[in-house]
Design a protein around this ligand. Structure first.
Ligand code: FES
Ligand SMILES: [Fe+2]
Length: 419
């Protein structure tokens, strides 16, 4: 299996912009149902989607969850349209008048948005869709005094408020607030911006464990490193990528040569929060670890990596040298892009410890994840059980995903059930 990974070496590269060859989305959803030999897991033979909150009793997600186009569509509305998503760095739009179009979760939600910095210095995230007949308003980054839709000339302020519309004399009840560009919540942690279309939890609840554990690091001072930032394209469902990331079980088997030299597997553990979890990479004797300040909850422990996962698709891996962020971006039921973005704090620690060769570790993970994707398509595979000691994070993810699929989605007209 080849990996069409490629590197973004342009320092001005938009950290979330997809590369052109990743735009095909899934290579499978359009497969001809008459010639496609992959099983369809008819509903009558599907294991139910139910995750028991007690890991000792629970089964894993059934195989059909990782291939089913209908469930994938539900996940877009119930999981991704209802969760917090990374949308960029605050310093990408500095001066008043600066506007920058962004696409929320490109290849999945594809929601057109625009970041604007108004005259009063306020940073906003607006819908980039004209409230007249739906044209995209801002087509490229630039510096402007107002936004003007080029289709019929509707004019908006940088705050999204409608300012003028030609040829609209006599239109009753116009303008009204619904003629302004909708504004999305914009939250900041360190230099990073986050947004959500219709979040099921508050941003503060979501980010709280990160603030508590790594708030001692000067994240605002971290420097973006384009040379260690790249996209990986994987022939697997996005949730399989998360499943693998979230369990420690495979470390000695899959990363025996790359990680077990620095990680103390016996002391490795996972802690769960309401909306995410944290794996503690504990170092063997002599491994360079964090200098945890007095009063830190893990003071005195030989932590060499904090591996945060925040529901549903953000991974923040903190090492003594800085941060490796992984954004898991679904492109289809069996196709995923994972954006690796690095920010460096202490360059001199870069080549040391568990965060030294992330590309090698990623290649090791991708091979097993793609292998599992071929396996979960099987007519003979139903679902598995969990190791209570080593698969805590994966079980937590499955539980949160099951719960999310029971809620109404952003783009749905009601209805319950996880399919
Ligand atoms: S669609 Fe924007 S002015 Fe008509
Ligand atoms: Fe791994």
């Amino acid at each position: 299996m080849s990996h069409d990974a490629h590197t973004d070496r342009d320092p001005h590269h938009d950290p979330l912009k997809a590369d052109s060859d990743s735009q095909g989305g899934s290579r499978h959803p359009d497969a001809d149902p008459l010639t496609d030999s992959r099983p369809t897991h008819p509903e009558s033979r599907r294991a139910p989607l139910h995750i028991d909150p007690r890991i000792e009793r629970s089964h894993t997600l059934p195989g059909w969850v990782y291939t089913d186009p209908e469930l994938y569509r539900k996940q877009k509305e119930r999981v991704f349209a209802r969760s917090w998503q990374w949308i960029g760095a605050a310093d990408s739009v500095k001066a008043p008048g600066h506007v920058l179009p962004r696409t929320l979760l490109e290849g999945c939600l594809d929601e057109p948005l625009v970041l604007t910095r108004a005259d009063d210095g306020a940073l906003r995230l607006l819908s980039n869709v004209c409230t007249h007949r739906g044209a995209l308003v801002v087509e490229g980054e630039g510096h402007v005094r107002f936004l003007r839709c080029r289709y019929h000339g509707r004019k908006f302020g940088l705050d999204g408020c409608l300012q003028a519309m030609p040829e609209f004399e006599g239109v009753e009840g116009f303008p009204s607030p619904s003629d302004d560009l909708p504004e999305l919540p914009l939250e900041q942690w360190g230099p990073f911006l986050f947004t959500a279309l219709d979040p099921v939890c508050s941003f503060d609840d979501w980010i709280a464990p990160v603030r508590e554990r790594v708030g001692f690091m000067p994240v605002e001072e971290f420097r973006f490193d384009p040379n260690h930032s790249r996209d990986y394209l994987i022939d697997a469902n996005w949730a399989l990528y998360c499943d693998n990331y979230l369990e420690e079980f495979h470390i000695p088997y899959v990363h025996g040569a790359s990680l077990t030299g620095s990680l103390d597997y016996d002391r490795y553990r996972t802690e769960r929060f309401a909306w995410g979890n944290l794996q503690f990479g504990m170092g063997r004797d002599g491994e360079p670890g964090f200098d945890l300040p007095p009063g830190h909850p893990d003071e005195g422990e030989p932590v060499i990596a904090f591996y945060f996962w925040l529901f549903p698709n953000l991974m923040l891996n903190f090492y003594p040298w800085g941060l490796s962020m992984n954004l898991v971006q679904p492109l289809g039921p069996e196709r995923t892009r994972v954006a690796f973005r690095s920010w460096v704090w202490r360059e001199e620690l870069r080549g040391k410890g568990a965060g030294a060769d992330l590309h090698r570790v990623e290649m090791e993970d991708e091979e097993v994840v793609e292998s599992v994707q071929r396996g979960v398509r099987s007519r003979l595979y139903q679902r598995g059980r969990f190791s209570p000691r080593r698969e805590v994070g994966t079980h937590h993810f499955h539980y949160l995903l099951d719960q999310a699929l029971r809620r109404d989605g952003r783009g749905e007209g009601g209805g319950q059930g996880g399919g």
